[in-house]
Design a protein around this ligand. Structure first.
Ligand code: AMP
Ligand code: ZN
Length: 475
């Protein structure tokens, strides 16, 4: 298996620390809002990495932290008039719902920063004891980059041109403002009641120390893989390396993987630019988690991916073709025709599919194999060269592909009713109206709910409320 290691800027064979095991740390969300689909591109890339490792027989231990205390969570919880915990609880819950909608496999651990303050204090104390950190006039603790000879090795910063002794309190800063960064931020009035006691006075941790302390707790001093979006490389990951390697006296991580951005009109999708869609925005427009997953995972993770709605429509068409194929396979009559040919076809496709993902997660090549396989399968069906037993083998192969792809949903397709009112045959526009009506009903806005029902009628659809939710039917 090969991955592009950001540290060496080259493809490297994956050699785990422990045979057959892979330890993976993935930087998680800051829970101050709903995550947008740019964030989910990063989490889906990490899910693909995890699933690929598992496909190739590794037992994965994955940790994803939840940043539930930082400048933004404090700022916005105060603006909302809520305690930090009540404020972040809402977005934690939403995050897990979104992960499930996108079929992202759960990590083994989701440590929350606020529950690991003790571990962070221990690590900061070790950095103080070893002379890598110091206290400033305002009682905050800073990491001294001058004491860390390797600083800048991940982001490839030439430290000879940097000024020494400058400090930056904010967690996010650009490459051209390299400076001593905060490990512990002394309390000030902007923090309200958010503070913890420490040997250096009341305050709260910086963002970077969270990941160093929590990865050490769950994965050890040195582990295999660490990932994030490319914007996490500097300063966040650079600072994690500096803290962990200085405190622990050994290498932190063997393989660094970073995914490129999801863009909109060539600009990074981000909260600050306001050019974002949350997952919920797209679900409310009637797209499914499976369609969104397909659209966000077909492009190589190291290439930029420009988002537009046509990619979701293409995802819908592609997934529907697969489902049609599954249904036709399941309907073939019993019989033994084409078994040997099918076996060879499946073995060849599985080999090529697995090899594509093992080659630095080449999803485009992996999906191309699934399309090629489907063309061959359709050819066999058209020539009536296969029967029930071979069809079962083929469906088994699609289930196997879905261990990585995660949205072909063979069994759901076979269980679904073939009638025209099946969920997937309802156009996005109609689904959006149904969602609007449900929202209106929830808000007891019955006038809007009735108006939407009329609008649906004019478009040729009726909606009935069933125990499993509203169902659309063509009039
Ligand atoms: P944040 O909540 O800003 O710390 O971001 C969470 C994760 O999403 C990090 O791994 C970021 O690098 C990643 N991320 C943020 N914006 C994008 C984007 N537009 N495309 C891909 N990944 C992103
Ligand atoms: Zn992190």
């Amino acid at each position: 298996m090969k991955f592009f290691n950001t540290m060496g800027r080259s493809l490297e064979d994956f050699k785990p620390l422990e045979l057959g095991k892979a330890k993976l740390y993935t930087c998680g969300p800051t829970v101050y809002n709903f995550a947008h689909i740019g964030n989910f591109r990063a989490y889906l890339f990490e899910d693909m990495l995890r699933r690929t490792l598992e496909y190739h027989g590794y037992q994965v231990t994955q940790v994803m932290n939840l940043t539930d205390v930082d400048d933004k969570t404090i700022r916005d919880s105060r603006a909302a008039g809520l305690s930090l915990n009540d404020f972040t609880a809402k977005y934690k819950k939403a995050f897990f719902e979104d992960l499930a909608a996108l079929r992202i496999e759960p990590a083994e651990h989701y440590p929350e920063a606020t529950k690991h303050i003790g571990e962070m204090i221990d690590m900061i104390q070790a950095l103080m004891d070893k002379g890598f950190a110091y206290q400033s006039e305002d009682k905050s603790i800073y990491f001294s980059i001058e004491k860390c000879p390797g600083y800048g090795k991940l982001a490839r910063i030439d430290m000879t041109s940097q000024r020494v002794g400058e400090r930056v309190r904010s967690d996010e800063y650009a490459k051209d403002s390299v400076a001593d960064f905060a490990l512990w931020k002394a309390w000030d009035e902007k923090d309200g009641d958010v503070k913890w006691d420490s040997p250096w006075g009341p305050g709260r941790p910086g963002w970077h120390i969270e990941c160093s302390a929590m990865s050490r707790k769950y994965l050890g001093n040195t582990f295999d893989l660490h990932t994030g979006g490319i914007d996490n490389m500097f300063p966040h990951h650079e600072d994690e390396i500096a803290q962990s390697e200085s405190a622990n006296g050994c290498r932190f991580v063997n393989y660094w993987l970073h995914c490129e951005h999801l863009t909109v009109g060539k600009q990074k999708m981000s909260k600050s630019l306001g050019n974002f869609y949350t997952l919920r925005d797209l679900l409310n427009k009637g797209y499914t988690g499976a369609e969104i997953r397909w659209a966000l995972t077909g492009t190589h993770y190291r290439s930029k991916l420009n988002f537009d709605f046509s990619s979701l429509d293409q995802a819908r068409a592609a997934l529907r073709k697969f489902r049609d194929c599954f249904v036709r396979l399941a309907a073939l009559p019993e019989g033994e025709a084409g078994i040997a040919e099918t076996e060879a076809l499946c073995a060849r496709a599985k080999e090529a599919f697995g090899a594509a993902y093992a080659n630095d997660l080449n999803a485009a090549a992996g999906i191309a194999e699934v399309f090629r396989f489907t063309r061959d399968v359709n050819g066999l069906m058209a020539k009536k060269q296969i029967a029930g037993t071979a069809a079962k083998r083929i469906l088994e192969q699609y289930r196997d592909f879905d261990r990585i792809i995660g949205c072909l949903d063979v069994d759901a397709a076979l269980a679904a009713k073939p009638e025209a009112d099946a969920e997937e045959d309802v156009p996005a526009e109609i689904r959006a109206l149904i969602a609007k009506r449900t929202e209106a009903k929830k808000a007891k806005d019955f006038a809007t709910a009735d108006a939407v029902r009329d609008e649906l009628k004019q478009l040729g659809w009726t909606v009935t409320d069933t125990p499993s939710g509203p169902k659309a039917k063509k009039l």
